[in-house]
Design a protein around this ligand. Structure first.
Ligand code: PMP
Length: 409
């Protein structure tokens, strides 16, 4: 693989030139949100300047242009993840809303006592809390596939846990805490062998690697625009068309109906049936531009760049001797992030020291509290990489650890 022109890429992100106290920002908080390149910002500003109007095919020119752009954004996303077409791509607010859409529309209607929902111990709260609540409301049990000491899923346990009582297997594609890349195709096959559905949380996968929903075989798949060089306020729920056809919407209103009388309503076509009200139009335009931008660079190269940086960060941190790193060793089943703790220093203190060096990382439980309980730590510090990050930035992170040792350890 040809390596990236990182300098050229960085020039499309004015925010990366920002300085605090005379030091240029080192942005390593990409698993929380990525920065937005000029072409994406320009596409959105062009929308507001040139063809802002409500969609749903108004008669006037501006609405027609906005409607076409909004619809084409669905087509572009469908192509990007290899879905069959726009019918399978629902725009939501974010991954969290995508998960809730599925849980309310499908889960509340289909699940009953005796049914089982199988999750993994490394689920983000977006799916863990959602399925936990749906379990409580329907009487379905929630079970968790264990992780082993290396931070990978125990697939023998998965095979024990997924049975004919399982109705859905919900798994994170790439863990936002451990970096583990899970065998989501295998989990989906296991679900299907037992007549269950699969839902994959791809919030940390779609931004960073080629994702083909057909190859995975997933019934449902979710991700967020703001983690893939796109805007906030837009996310995606992919679903197989025949499943979406059978599902009841859980949000109602304008734009999603076929016919309404004072007594009854019927629903419109996919995907609009699940997108009532005025949708995120500028954001859809931005997401379209972000997909174009990512594919121009190439998802294979993006993955290679991030894996290389994560491996470098892993090795450098590991060599320090007093750093505990969570998740698998750097390799082909690790994504572009590293969560760790420095011995004797709380993650929040460390992160604040790093901020003194304008190194932006995240401290906390990363919305995986039960996983942190299992790891036996209340919090960790997470450095997460994207296309514009460099080895020099990793070096700055590692160099700043000394200050933390002097102050706290
Ligand atoms: N799942 C995973 C694995 C994530 O990393 C995140 C974001 N931290 C989410 C879900 C939730 O994404 P959002 O906040 O965009 O809904």
């Amino acid at each position: 693989l040809e390596s990236l022109d990182v300098e050229g890429i960085r020039q499309q992100f004015p925010i990366l030139q920002r300085e605090f106290d005379g030091q240029q920002v080192v942005y390593l908080d990409n698993a929380a949100t990525t920065q937005t390149p000029d072409p994406v910002v320009d596409a959105m500003s062009d929308y507001y300047r040139q063809y802002n109007a409500n969609v749903h095919r108004g008669i006037h020119h501006l609405s027609q242009e906005a409607s076409i752009a909004y619809e084409e954004a669905h087509d572009r996303v469908a192509e990007f993840i290899n879905a069959d077409g726009r019918e399978e791509v629902i725009f939501t607010k974010n991954t969290t809303e995508s998960e809730n859409l599925l849980a309310y529309s499908w889960g509340l209607n289909e699940l009953e006592p005796g049914d089982e929902i199988v999750l993994t111990e490394m689920e983000h709260h977006a799916s863990l809390v959602t399925w936990q609540q749906i379990g409580k409301r329907t009487g379905a049990d929630v079970k968790y596939i264990r992780i082993d000491d290396s931070g990978r899923l125990d697939m023998d346990h998965a095979r024990d846990l997924i049975t004919d009582d399982t109705e859905i297997v919900s798994a994170v594609h790439v863990s936002n805490t451990l970096g583990t890349v899970n065998p989501v195709g295998e989990l989906t096959d296991l679900a299907h062998e037992h007549g269950a559905l699969s839902f994959i949380d791809g919030a940390q996968a779609v931004p960073n690697r080629p994702v083909d929903v057909e190859e995975i075989g997933a019934d449902f798949y979710a991700f967020s625009g703001h983690k893939m060089a796109g805007p906030t306020g837009i996310g995606v729920l992919y679903g197989k068309q025949e499943l979406l056809e059978d599902m009841e919407p859980y949000l109602y209103g304008g734009g999603m109906i076929r016919k309404v009388t004072f007594e009854e309503s019927t629903w419109g076509e996919l995907p609009w049936k699940f997108e009532p009200g005025t949708p995120p139009i500028a954001e859809a335009v931005g997401l379209h531009a972000a997909v174009d931008w990512l594919e121009d660079i190439g998802m294979d190269r993006i993955r290679a760049h991030e894996q290389e940086l994560a491996a470098y960060a892993y090795d450098r941190l590991d060599a320090e001797g007093d750093v505990e790193i969570y998740g698998p060793e750097a390799g082909s089943d690790r994504g572009g992030l590293v969560s760790f703790n420095l011995e004797g220093v709380h993650a929040h203190d460390l992160t604040s020291i790093l901020n003194d060096h304008t190194v932006a990382v995240r401290a906390g439980d990363h919305c995986t509290q039960p996983l942190h309980d299992k790891l036996g730590v209340p919090a960790s510090t997470r450095a997460s990489f994207y296309v514009y990050n460099t080895r020099e930035e990793v070096d700055k992170l590692v160099a700043a650890l000394d200050d933390a040792r002097q102050l706290f350890a």
